[in-house]
Design a protein around this ligand. Structure first.
Ligand code: GLN
Length: 453
């Protein structure tokens, strides 16, 4: 049914870069066989999923939304992919994304933008707009995204779906093509908090093949979602972050957020205001740290090892590399490689990259202080509802501003979730509520998210 839905609607949405019909049907048939033989299967066995095209798969191409990897098939599966296979979850295909996960609208994909199913003249968020649009259009009941600065949560917010950025180090990055290694984290997306929790438990867990993988047990997110669904938040302290509630946000977004605070209070939560004074520098710090890591990580696309190779037969190795990268990378990727190379260069390292790392520490300390007063923190997920396609493509800074509320969590390595928070009174478009929690307290997100939804 989902494959039919994709076939019928994806010319309109462009959520998928590749549809793995045969692969998905074969995986589903394996589940049928196991059931017929009375073998035990996982809770999500047979429930199909849309996979962001940044996780490697041996049976489908992995492009990361880039021309430089067009048609490339990985010789190995990402750990997330292997875990999905082991749980009997058929992968329907690979979803569209901003090139190498850089963007907030999916317009930086080399394969054309994805359209928001709520209004196809508008963006579905980014970088994981394909996964979010697949959920919102009922092409898939589950999806996987990655969140480096908001790429799971902001697309969830603008499509009225649910998405979690798990604690850094709890979902393996093995086989997740790197954008910024100290910030990247794969995570679950769904249409309900409980669905998302079930998927969270499938993909999270220690992986010896990822050197940043934590050894700690996965927080009990499914149990927390079930508890939250009872609708009682007595004893839960919810902190409203003063610095993430601003007159510069759309009025409808603020109105929806204020209504959410009232709902949480009605459910028994104790709502307090907290201050995180360094959050206003998160955007500046992120847009130095991320490009720095990008400039290093993307050096591997050298025309020798992967994908595209531009070579007229008379070029030196250096000319082949330069011509391939010039042709294979889009403008946003080039912009960030140049910013990062500059920020890391000998004369500027301390002033830019070093300074940004200090700010990162101050942001983590702000969080620590706030979590002395509250169990979870809340804010709007994004200051904006989905804007018109094309509206911000020529203004990178305007695009970056949509990540204002999501970036601090990545810089601190914590976890956060976006849940639907109704439609904006301004324009009738989806708004998301962001719930944040400390590292390894992902279960708190699900308790509060399930109570709220
Ligand atoms: N929009 C942010 C950026 O462009 C976040 C991207 C992400 O989380 N992958 O960097």
């Amino acid at each position: 049914a989902h494959l039919s839905r994709i076939a019928a609607t994806d010319s309109e949405y462009n959520a998928f870069l590749y549809v793995g019909r045969e692969q998905a049907l074969a995986a589903a048939a394996d589940v049928d066989k196991a059931l017929a033989n009375g073998e035990p299967v996982s809770a999500l066995a047979g429930v199909p999923l849309a996979l962001k095209d940044v996780f490697t798969t041996t049976d489908m191409p992995t492009t990361c939304g880039s021309k430089i990897l067009e048609g490339w098939v990985s010789p190995y599966d990402a750990t997330v992919t292997s875990r999905l296979r082991a749980a009997g979850i058929p992968v329907l295909g690979k979803t569209n994304m901003d090139e190498f996960a850089m963007g907030s609208s999916t317009e930086n994909s080399a394969y054309g933008p994805t359209k928001n199913p709520w209004d196809t003249t508008r963006i579905p968020g980014g970088s994981g707009g394909g996964s979010a649009a697949a959920l919102a259009s009922f092409q898939a009941p589950l999806a996987i995204g990655t969140d480096t600065g908001g790429s799971i949560r902001q697309p969830a917010a603008v499509t009225a779906t649910v998405g979690t950025k798990p604690t850094y180090g709890t979902v393996s990055r093995y086989g997740l093509v790197a954008c910024a290694s100290s910030l990247d984290q794969g995570g679950p997306c769904g249409r309900t908090v409980l669905d998302t929790a079930l998927l969270h438990e499938v993909i999270a867990g220690h992986d010896p093949r990822d050197s940043t993988s934590l050894g700690a047990p996965v927080p009990p997110v499914v149990a927390a979602a079930r508890e939250g669904a009872r609708g009682d938040l007595k004893g839960v302290r919810v902190g409203v972050v003063k610095e993430l509630h601003s007159d510069s946000y759309q009025p409808g977004v603020i109105a929806s957020f204020d209504a959410a605070v009232a709902v949480l209070t009605d459910l028994g939560a104790e709502v307090v205001e907290v201050s995180c004074p360094h959050f206003e520098y998160a955007l500046a710090a992120y847009y130095l740290i991320l490009p720095s890591e990008v400039s290093s990580n993307l050096a591997r696309f050298d025309a020798m090892r992967y994908g595209l190779r531009v070579d007229d037969g008379n070029m030196s190795a250096e000319e082949v590399m330069a011509a391939t990268r010039a042709a294979g990378f889009g403008p946003e990727v080039k912009r960030r490689i140049m910013i990062g190379t500059y920020a890391l260069s000998a004369g500027y390292y301390d002033a830019y990259y070093g300074q940004a790392l200090k700010v990162r520490t101050l942001i983590a300390r702000d969080f620590d202080k706030a979590y002395e007063q509250a169990d979870v923190l809340i804010s709007p997920t994004s200051p904006f509802t989905p804007w018109k396609l094309g509206e911000k493509v020529d203004d990178p800074l305007a695009m970056y501003l949509s990540d204002l509320c999501t970036l601090p969590t990545n810089l601190a390595g914590h976890c956060a979730m976006s849940v639907p928070s109704g439609l904006s009174a301004d324009d009738g478009l989806p708004v998301g509520l962001q719930i944040m929690a400390p590292a390894l307290a992902d279960d708190r997100l699900y308790r509060v998210g399930a109570a709220y939804e």
